[in-house]
Design a protein around this ligand. Structure first.
Ligand SMILES: Nc1ncnc2c1ncn2[C@@H]1O[C@H](COP(=O)(O)OP(=O)(O)OP(=O)(O)O)[C@@H](O)[C@H]1O
Ligand SMILES: [Mg+2]
Length: 275
């Protein structure tokens, strides 16, 4: 009988490294994922397990592919002409790129919050009610009202807007608009929330509110956040993946990545030597 290949030797092959989560069961498993824009490969053979009930931060220099990879997790790249995804992305073990996948349903399960708050040009109420209505989540007006209130409560916005639900969502401050967008994502009862630099357009007070909110929300969801702020990654996340040139260089618990990074490139980035 052949002796089993020692792990270190197996890992020494030319295949890109696989990054299992150290503790928690996976919500999302990405296996050998590459993303192309036409001929150009922006993500190169990335494998990572993203856990439930934690915040995973994606960090790395501009242009390394963080947004591209994030968008591949709920098939937002489908909306970009010329973009193509290879490999497998499993949500609870099911391939989200399979042909039978209902993409509208997928994006309700895996919600997204963007860098620039993008409320619909509709009332605050309608911004939240829209998703539950198209997904048939509420059986009555009363139930819909309840979802609107609860989503705004959980996003920490209810007290500021409860007396003006009919006002336009775009009339809110930037920080309020971002909480409105988070409330809108929550309203359809997602399982994962993807956030691409959600605080980069916000002042420090609005940023602190969003960070508190992220911490509260992780009890219910898997959260992935892209951030350029090392302080923010250290404050809000429990897992960190360092991207460089379309690959994940290192992934681990946030405390390990920030205190004892194994790779020189990670060390250089988090200490501000480049990026
Ligand atoms: N729609 C697109 N069409 C063509 N190329 C794109 C497109 N979007 C991104 N790219 C390219 O893919 C690579 C990765 O870009 P991406 O936006 O994912 O990086 P990022 O890490 O999010 O950067 P940043 O920190 O600046 O937001 C870059 O070289 C970028 O120019
Ligand atoms: Mg980006």
């Amino acid at each position: 009988m052949n002796a089993p290949v020692p792990a270190a030797e197996a890992a020494n092959s030319s295949a890109a490294p696989v990054f299992p989560d150290p503790v928690s069961p996976s919500k999302i498993s990405a296996r050998g994922v590459s993303v192309y824009y036409g001929q150009k490969r922006a993500i190169d053979d990335v494998s990572i397990e993203i856990p439930k009930n934690y915040v995973t931060a994606f960090i790395g220099p501009s242009g390394c592919g963080k947004s591209t990879f994030l968008r591949s997790l709920n098939r937002m790249n489908d909306t970009i002409p010329g973009a193509r995804v290879e490999g497998e992305i499993l949500l609870d073990g099911m391939d989200i790129y399979r042909s039978a996948m209902d993409v509208v349903q997928l994006r309700a399960r895996v919600g997204m919050v963007f860098q620039k708050p993008n409320p619909f040009p509709k009332s605050i109420y309608e911004n939240i009610a829209y998703g539950p209505r198209i997904h048939g989540i509420a059986a009555s007006k009363g139930e819909l009202d309840g979802i609107v209130e609860q989503s705004l409560q959980r996003a920490g916005l209810w007290d500021e807007v409860k007396d003006r639900l009919g006002d336009s969502g775009t009339a809110l401050s930037g920080g309020q608009q971002q909480r409105l967008c988070i409330a809108r994502a929550i309203a359809v009862d997602p399982e994962v929330i993807l956030m691409d630099e959600p605080c980069s357009a916000l002042d420090p007070i609005a940023t602190a509110r969003i960070e508190e909110l992220i911490d509260e929300l992780r009890g219910r969801y898997a959260i992935v956040i892209v951030t350029h702020s090392m302080q923010q990654a250290a404050r809000v996340s429990q897992r960190t993946a360092f991207f460089h040139l379309g690959k994940i260089v290192e992934y681990g618990t946030t405390s390990d990545i920030f205190t004892t990074p194994r790779e020189e490139r990670t060390k250089d980035y988090i200490t501000g030597r480049y990026g």
